[in-house]
Design a protein around this ligand. Structure first.
Ligand code: PMP
Length: 382
């Protein structure tokens, strides 16, 4: 199988699994226990925390382990909002946040909290002028993704940090798609809080973290003594060790980004050459290296994915969490893409295990399968 759905999840690296197995079999003691095995587990937790902090450019005390990015996202927004001054109770999100984060936005609004959405432009980039107009002395928090999971389009983290801070608000960044694909350094990012999820960078599923700037007022959302009282619950030590190992293995992120950009460009150039009806979203703006979000004319994504399946290629119609539905993607809708075009959206996302051979196989096999369908579409077009 050729797996081209790395934004949904990417396979764990064998070295990550090898690092986790002895933790699962031997280091199973509770890190809060006072006995020898508990204290040994606690030391391993602390070493892994130091590794995570070193790779991500923060202090070990700023790392709060969570079950993934969804939990970190919700905890950041609810925890920072609850700790904000009474005159600051508005929250600003972007209109293209992850589905889970937009559900949180809706839940906050339903609970009577004022929520605003920063719009994007037709190319998927954030509308900075509109974002600026939404800042104000009543804003507690701005929550913005670093990179969009569907289009791969990068969001202006530094500009929004400046705007938010000038208004006296905090910035939370959902860096789930960014970390591991492009260089990242918490202290230099301008963000006050950052979410990440290990399974997007060859770590295991069910583990992630919220990086929270030291000293920031924060109301814990899951009560317990662990994680300095900021997130209760016995730690997932094997997951933590797996995540730390995955981060250590990242190595030169820039070099890998260049390799994936070349592969992605080869894929896009090949497809547009063979099938001129190919339209690629966000092609002209800064994007994640391995993400290609496109449509072949207006061929339904279901038809395209069926053909890909026959070729042994796994791709997706967008976000795994919302695919399978018949609704157009909320990201494309926010970009004002008409529904019939949005329902043709296919996402290819490359990862560390992707090769030029994968791309070449796709380029050889897919166009001959789609060309007759596109020809038919042209004949029947009004
Ligand atoms: N945010 C973004 C941008 C994502 O792409 C994802 C995963 N699809 C999440 C949050 C949620 O991550 P998790 O499923 O690990 O909680």
């Amino acid at each position: 199988m050729i797996y081209l759905d790395h934004n949904a999840t990417t396979p764990p690296s064998p070295a990550v699994i090898a690092a986790m197995l002895p933790v699962l079999s031997s280091l199973w003691a509770n890190t809060s226990s006072q006995h020898g095995p508990g204290q040994q587990a606690k030391r391993v937790l602390s070493t892994a925390r130091a590794t995570v902090a070193r790779v991500l450019g923060c202090k070990p005390v700023e790392v709060i382990f969570t079950s993934g990015a969804t939990e970190a996202n919700h905890m950041a927004v609810r925890g920072l909002l609850a700790a904000s001054a009474p005159e600051r109770k508005r929250v600003v999100f972007s209109s293209v946040e992850h589905a889970g984060q937009l559900r949180l936005a809706r839940a906050l609004a339903d609970a009577g909290i004022q929520v605003d959405l920063m719009p994007v432009q037709a190319d998927g980039t954030l509308d900075l002028a509109a974002a600026a107009s939404l800042m104000g002395p009543d804003v507690a928090l701005v929550s913005l993704m670093a990179a969009n999971n569907e289009t791969g389009v990068l969001m202006p983290m530094a500009d929004i940090a400046e705007l938010a801070h000038a208004a006296g608000a905090l910035l939370h960044v959902d860096a789930t798609q960014h970390i591991g694909k492009l260089p990242f350094h918490f202290a230099d990012s301008g963000a006050d809080a950052v979410s990440l999820s290990a399974h997007k960078f060859q770590g295991p599923k069910g583990i992630g973290a919220l990086l929270l700037r030291q000293g920031l007022p924060f109301v814990p959302q899951t009560l317990g003594s662990q994680e300095r009282g900021r997130r209760g619950g016995t730690e997932n030590l094997a997951g933590v060790v797996g995540m730390a190992t995955a981060l250590e293995l990242l190595g030169d992120v820039g070099l890998e980004a260049t390799r994936q950009t070349q592969l992605r460009d080869a894929l896009e150039n090949g497809l547009t050459r063979a099938l001129p009806e190919t339209h690629i979203w966000g092609r002209q703006v800064p994007r994640l290296p391995g993400t290609s979000y496109l449509r072949f004319g207006q061929l339904s994504v279901d038809v395209v994915l069926q053909r890909l399946e026959r070729l042994g290629v796994a791709a997706s119609s967008g976000a795994a969490c919302s695919s399978g539905g018949s609704e157009p993607s909320h990201v494309l809708t926010a970009m004002e893409v008409p529904a019939d075009e949005a329902l043709a959206a296919v996402r290819f996302s490359l990862g560390r295990t992707s090769t030029l051979a994968d791309v070449n196989h796709l380029l050889q096999a897919l166009p001959p399968m789609l060309a007759p369908l596109l020809h038919e579409e042209r004949l029947t077009a009004p």
